[in-house]
Every structure is written in structure tokens, then in C-alpha cells.
Design a protein around this ligand. Structure first.
Ligand code: UD1
Length: 422
């Protein structure tokens, strides 16, 4: 298993190109199952999660070609040869559940393994299933699989009122509704930029959608969808992660392709902590104003609130702030696994349930630490860049799920970071 060795060496400056969003790409790819015609995605990120989704789509009979070094995904699903998404692939990645809606909507039936638990919380799929039931699907949970059928072979439009906001359930229901008979209204829908991107792509494919980016999305079902070419939106989580590099180490980094719209609530917290963020023609320029950052309190919320996927990285920054910060995690119940690892590097963190109290220290110290999930692992890399001495982060396969060419991007800013293959 690979590890990453980091030697903290002061301020970092340079430019970092931000890739297409993993989470947008993972929902745009299953959209290929909605149409017989080709769907081509450009600006795709080169990540292991994308390879897993490719494998899943291929197992269902779709053709997926990775072109231009993985930046372009040319997909085609002339017909769906197999309607069962197998446990062996689904268990690797929760986003696999997103093939259910498109298959059910196009062919009236689908069988998908339940994704099972995940390190950051229980993460059930009940909201996805409730939406399909509202649209007339008959569901049967057997042997760890969801067996779904649409009577008469077609879902029907419905009002779906989500009891709380779910990104995945909104995406799954949105895709399914494009081919349902009649009008679907998704209430209390997620408003994430990845949902807006999905709606834009579906509209290019001929779907009739209004209201994406607000909490009510209205979809008028059509009989068939056509092909399209669509660029994947910028990854706001990768963007936020690299914005933290100059914040935690000092220096100035320009994140190419970044916009304030994508990271509004996060950028406001950086500003309050004493970090300067400015929009340029090419992206976002970030620098630490004077001395140490100040403590700030953070509460994670659905978009446009502070994203849970940046909580671990923000915690790394606040470990070095002047004063005490309180971070409240409201999306996932078990998302502070990075706290004990950061503590090994000299951080002062007390976790009580969904709240972490972080008292900043002047300098973190290098240590051997272990990555526990995707965002937790990158928070350890950020901490290591700012720490005194050497840090070895093990289990970095988590990082490869969500950050392409991480070492290369950081080295371009002067970081001393290398992968140790074992
Ligand atoms: C997506 C993102 C993930 C991000 C999360 C929240 C992808 C591939 N992943 O995950 O990176 O952290 O949004 O921004 O886009 N829930 C239920 N029942 C359901 C669905 C969700 O109880 O049927 C709960 C979850 O356990 C969680 C909360 O709702 O506590 C929000 O989850 P959700 O927004 O659905 O996250 P994902 O779509 O899985």
C-alpha cells in the first residue's frame, strides 16, 4: 500500500489547475443510461472513483471510452444488456446507486445492490427509494438488493417531498423523472452546483427541467432523450482544498478555474480567519494576510452552506489558528476520524458527538498518521505541509479516489512531497 511523505518547508506559492468535479462526473456518467445515443463528457477528472463508475456502466452493457488521457469520456448505451448492478462493484462506491433511477426510467426495471455502510456514517438510501415509490415503482428488498419495477414499464410523474436534503436522492429522482409520464415536482431538493450541472446536461439531452439550483425542481417527462456533449463543472471541493494551502502554509496560490460562486460560504470563513481570497480572470487567488489565522466557528450544511466535504481540511487549518474554534458536523454522524490523527501531529482537539473544539497551536509536528477516508486523508496532507519535520501518511488509496495528481500539483507550488510505493 502506498504512503505519502511530506516535509513541511514554509510558504507555498504558485498556480494549481482545478479538475472537473468528481461528484458531478459520478452523476453525469449514469445519465448515459437514459439514452440510446452517445453522451460525451469533457473536463472529466482522472480518479479511481471514475474508473469504478466506468466498470459499473460497462457491466450493464454501456460502452465507455476514456480519451485524451482520461479528460474525455465517450459513453454510449445503445441498449442496457444487463439490469443488475452487482454487489462487488456497488460496495466500492456509494454513488453506484445512481444507476437505479436511469435504468428504471428507461426500461421499467432494475436491480441494484444496496451500498451498505460507510466509514463516515450509516448513509442509507431510503430517500432514493421513497422518491421512486412516489413515482409508482414497486420495490422489493431481497438478498441485499433492491428489485425495482415500474408497472406498465414506465414511471409516472409525482410530487416528491424530501424530508431532508439529499444530494444523491435529488440526482437519482431528477434523472428518473426526465423519462416519467407526466410532471414531477421535487420539493426540498438539494441545490448543489453538481445538481445544476446535471440538470444542464439533461436539458442538452432534451429533458424539460426548471428550477435547478433552487429547492423546487419541476420536470416534465419526455418519451426519449438524445445524446449530448457536456463539460463537467469545476470541482469545488478540490478547489477549497487547494485554497487552504496558502492559508495554512503562508504564500499565495492561484487556483485556476475557481469561482467564488462555487465556494461562497467557505470563502467567507477564510476571510473571517484572515485569509485573502480574490477572483481573478483565471480563477481564485488566495494568500494569508498577516501572521497566524484567527479561530472561526464552522457549521456544515447543505449548499449554499459550508460543505461537509471541506470540514476535515478546514479543521487542519484551525489547528494552527490563534484561539479556539468550534466545528459542528450536521450532515454525517461520524465524520471526525481525522481528529485523532491530527492530534498525533500536536493538534488540540476535543470531540463531543457531532462537535469538535479545536484550540490552535503555533506549530504542528510531523508524525506517522493514517488516512481514514477521502477528505480526512487530504486534511492530513494539509497539516503535514504546515508541520515541522516529516509526516508519513499511509493508506493513501483514499486520496486517489478524489484528488488527481496531488503530489504534482503541490510540488509545483514548492512542496516537498513524494509517494512511497510499497
Ligand atoms: C454526496 C456527495 C458527498 C457529500 C454529500 C453531502 C457524491 C457522490 N457524494 O453524497 O461527497 O459528502 O453529498 O454533501 O455526490 N441520507 C439518508 N437517506 C438517504 C440519503 C441520504 O438518510 O436516502 C442521509 C445521509 O446518511 C447523510 C445525509 O442524508 O446523513 C446527506 O446525504 P446525501 O446528501 O444523500 O449524500 P450523498 O449523495 O451520499
Amino acid at each position: 500500500m502506498d504512503s505519502i511523505l511530506v516535509k513541511g518547508n514554509g510558504a507555498l506559492s504558485g498556480t494549481i489547475p482545478i479538475a472537473g468535479a468528481k461528484n458531478a462526473c459520478l452523476t453525469l456518467m449514469p445519465a448515459t443510461l437514459l439514452s440510446e445515443e452517445p453522451l460525451t463528457l469533457t473536463n472529466a477528472p482522472r480518479l479511481s472513483d471514475i474508473a469504478t463508475m466506468t466498470q459499473l456502466l460497462q457491466s450493464l452493457g454501456a460502452e465507455v471510452a476514456s480519451l485524451q488521457d482520461g479528460l474525455v469520456l465517450a459513453m454510449s448505451s445503445h441498449n442496457i444488456a444487463n439490469h443488475t448492478a452487482d454487489y462487488d462493484i456497488v460496495r466500492k462506491m456509494r454513488a453506484s446507486i445512481l444507476v437505479l433511477g436511469p435504468m428504471l426510467a428507461r426500461d421499467g426495471h432494475a436491480v441494484v445492490s444496496l451500498p451498505g455502510g460507510c466509514a463516515i456514517g450509516a448513509r442509507p438510501v431510503d430517500l432514493h427509494l421513497q422518491a421512486f415509490e412516489a413515482m409508482g415503482a414497486e420495490l422489493d428488498l431481497r438478498d441485499g438488493y433492491v428489485h425495482a419495477k415500474a408497472p406498465g414499464g414506465r414511471l409516472r410523474g409525482a410530487v416528491v417531498n424530501f424530508p431532508f436534503v439529499s444530494v444523491g436522492a435529488t440526482e437519482n429522482a431528477l434523472m428518473a423523472a426526465t423519462l416519467a409520464k407526466g410532471t414531477t415536482v421535487l420539493k426540498n431538493a438539494a441545490r448543489e452546483p453538481e445538481i445544476v450541472d446535471l440538470a444542464r446536461c439533461l436539458r442538452k439531452m432534451g429533458a424539460q427541467i426548471e428550477g435547478e439550483g433552487t429547492s423546487t425542481i419541476t420536470i416534465q417527462g419526455v418519451d426519449r432523450l438524445n445524446g449530448a456533449t457536456h463539460p463537467v463543472v469545476t470541482d469545488r471541493i478540490e478547489l477549497g482544498t487547494y485554497m487552504l494551502v496558502p492559508a495554512i502554509c503562508g504564500g499565495e496560490v492561484e487556483c485556476l478555474g475557481g469561482t467564488l460562486e462555487l465556494v461562497g460560504a467557505f470563502a467567507e470563513k477564510l476571510d473571517a480567519a484572515g485569509v485573502s481570497v480574490t477572483q481573478t480572470e483565471r480563477g481564485l487567488k488566495v494568500s494569508r494576510k498577516n501572521g497566524r489565522v484567527h479561530a472561526v466557528d464552522v457549521v456544515t450544511e447543505p449548499f449554499p452552506g459550508f460543505p461537509t466535504d471541506l470540514q476535515a481540511q478546514m479543521m487542519a487549518l484551525l489547528c494552527t489558528a490563534e484561539g479556539t474554534s468550534v466545528l459542528e458536523e450536521r450532515i454525517f454522524e461520524n465524520r471526525f476520524m481525522h481528529a485523532p490523527e491530527l492530534t498525533r501531529m500536536g493538534a488540540k482537539i476535543e470531540v463531543h458527538g457531532g462537535t469538535a473544539k479545536v484550540t490552535g497551536v503555533a506549530r504542528l509536528k510531523g508524525a506517522r498518521v493514517m488516512a481514514t477516508d477521502l477528505r480526512a486523508s487530504v486534511s492530513l496532507i494539509l497539516a503535514a505541509l504546515a508541520a515541522e519535520g516529516e509526516t508519513v501518511v499511509s493508506r493513501v488509496y483514499h486520496l486517489d479516489r478524489g484528488y488527481e495528481r496531488l503530489e504534482e500539483k503541490l510540488r509545483a507550488c514548492g512542496a516537498q512531497i513524494e509517494r512511497i510505493s510499497q
